[in-house]
Ligand binder design. Sequence first.
Ligand SMILES: Cc1ncc(COP(=O)(O)O)c(C=O)c1O
Length: 722
Amino acid sequence: MNAILQHEVISKVVNPSSVEKLSLLMCPPTLYEVSYVINPWMQGNMGHASRQRAMRQWESLYEVLSELADVQLVQPIAGSPDMVFTANAGLARNGVVAISSFYYPERQGEEPHFRAWFEKAGYKIVDLPRETPFEGEGDALFSADGSRLWVGYGTRTAESSHAALSGLWDAEVTGLHLIDPRFYHLDTCFAPLMDGSLLYYPSAFDAASIEKIEAYYPAEMRIAVGESDALSFACNAVNIGKTIVLNLISAELELELRRRGFEVVQVELDEFLKAGGAAKCLVMKLTPELHRAPREGDEMERKEKSEAELIALEEQYGAHNYHPLDVVIERAQGAWVTDVAGRRYLDFLAAYSAVNQGHCHPVILKAMVEQAQKVTLTSRAFRNDQLPLLLRDLHELTEFDRALPMNSGAEAVETALKAARKWGETVKGIERDQTEIITCSNNFHGRTIAIVGFSTDAQYRAGFGPFPAGFKHVPFGDADALRRTITPQTCAFLVEPIQGEAGVIVPPEGYLREVAKICRENNVLLVVDEIQSGLGRTGKLFAYMHDGITPDVVIVGKALSGGFYPVSAVLSSTEVLGVFQPGDHGSTFGGNPLACAVARAALRVIVEEQLAERSAELGVYALARLKEMSSSNVVEVRGRGLWLAIELNVPARPICEALRDRGVLCKETHETVIRIAPPLMISREDLDWGLAQIEHVLDERRVENLDAHSTRSEADAFAPVA
Ligand SMILES: Cc1ncc(COP(=O)(O)O)c(C=O)c1O
């Protein structure tokens, strides 16, 4: 930091026309003090400022902002302690700066120093008439697209400055009357955010100004803060891209900003509040961020993407084979997704474990993009340079001899069934077309005809018969039933180590060990469907590992793709997968180079980020927290790793809708079970927040009030949205 303080008056000469990255101007508080009173904040603080503390706080702000922008420095001048508030130096855009002329003589001494800085930096200087007080960016803020310049007046900047500012830039100047002396600069109560929304404190403005604000910013784009946030200068925020840097704010406001896609960085700046300033006051934006001006057709695009319309389109043109929660997701990152209206949600489903690595993981994305630029599909008519590497990686990670890659989970299950049957005939010696496969009641292995044929769920089967023969059921968790059901024709037992779709049903302790023993004794293949339970979800790479067994066949899918591109595989021995001869089985897309590159990266992330270990640790914690929640609506809480279920004595759907309204996405399974399966990279803090929302919604009184057609009214009640 010393190096910074030793900078010359002008630390760097900027050529405004060549600047693309956002530049900021700051002034270190080496001479900071409160030596006069020109706003209510300063009252009682004369001589009470701690320069050392101010320096520490300023340095924190400087460090955060330096990561996001190019920070220029102007050095302080003795006798002008408020120079630290560089927002008041002037208003700069496109190489032109309207230099401030301060209202109070106490600050007028700063003017020549700021002017000198801008002159040296090559800006075109515009002076407003001397009799027109104008306090720079502190009172003049551009809308995100730059088309509107909001100018505060009534406390410092004069209304007459508006005419002088008109025409300097291609922006319509709109005055806002400040009526609360505590919010004496516009930037203390008004922050146009880069997504086109507005963070503001309505009580600081007169009625006519509020009308102007509301005419410009539609209700969903206005984030009105309450008095306590306003008083800690929540609106005095520096917004760069998706990051908002500000003094401390309430949890509610932070949540609202995060739900709108912002990362909130809080930097304690209370030392500067003694002089009536915080983050934004300490910073002047020198170059606008590059924002696309609205184009013709934008309105149309916005309309087309409206939530209701998208839902209606899907209902009109799609098959109604799902009943999704009405949240229309537009983008996602990590554990969070954002809908078309910009609301953020914590994902507690992770695409049924397909995004264990978190949404849009950068390592997998990079692998996908790089491979997509080379070759994506060869078909297995030819070889490609990625398949061998995926096969080797799978072998090294899982120790199975061989793998057969497919696309969807159901295809991999079908592949395993075919392998098991052919093994039954060719290796075990079962008579042709007589093999039997034993499955479990309440199983879920996918949706093909064969698979739904051995489902015990009436709806999954109804209308889709006739089904292939050769499948039997035993109750899940009952090893003796398996022993009794095996015949000489039995070639395989197909089982989920934990039944996901059935409601995260964990079998009795030792079940899989017993099953493995029975299969071995009877020369029956143990085929474990790890499509949902595998790749870290239960706290180990595979769920069967909790029992210390090695199955004969393992089926993987979902997270093998990291959520980018469907990839599944059957892992087994040479004896089993060796039954396939060329032409026996295949898929145009199975083992394609794009899928293989994605899967390799997806596996790497699971291992390198220790996601299985993380799932184990966070899972124990989350299960304990859920068990602590006292609600008479909860029948049972169960699960393993970060794969949990809450069994209720009331319908789960309205609870999931209420959770959605509070920013958490969960999906019911069957009527009364909520499944919880967040991405495994979720932070403890986010997990805690999501669990707190569950606790809130499960509160008995609230459950009673839920109906099947939830509105977003609960969210309105807690979120500080105007
Ligand atoms: C255990 C299990 N097996 C198979 C499948 C089917 O996978 P896919 O939907 O990719 O066909 C699923 C999907 O939820 C599953 O959970």
